[in-house]
Structure formats: C-alpha cells, structure tokens
Ligand binder design. Structure first.
Ligand SMILES: [Zn+2]
Length: 63
C-alpha cells in the first residue's frame, strides 16, 4: 500500500512506512466473507437439507 503521509509504496505486511516511519492503515482483510461461508451455500443445498430434515421428521412419526 502507499504511505498516507509521503506516498511511498510499502509492502502490505508492514505496519509503518519504511521511509518516514508513519503508521500505515491496516490492510483490509477478507476474512469476514470466509467466516460466513456457511451462509453462502447455494439455495438448493438448503432445500436439500430442509427436505432431508422433513423426511426425517415424517419417518419419526410414521414408523
Ligand atoms: Zn511514508
């Protein structure tokens, strides 16, 4: 990223500018999306799970 103070490019893993020592903003992480990967399942997966759950409930009552 570029230093907000002097505009010098710095590696993303650096916390301070190598040239002027100014603190660099934290790089934007993409972990939020991976944490919600369970919610990003396709709709047919949820439908399949719901169908299996309903079938399991019905089988409990029928037999
Ligand atoms: Zn700088």
């Amino acid at each position: 990223m570029e230093c907000p103070k002097c505009g010098t490019w710095n590696p993303d893993d650096r916390r301070t500018c190598w040239r002027c020592g100014a603190p660099l903003p934290k790089p934007q992480t993409k972990k939020k999306r991976s944490q919600l990967i369970f919610m990003n399942l396709p709709l047919w997966v949820w439908g399949l799970l719901a169908a299996m759950f309903l079938f399991w409930i019905l089988s409990r009552f029928l037999y």
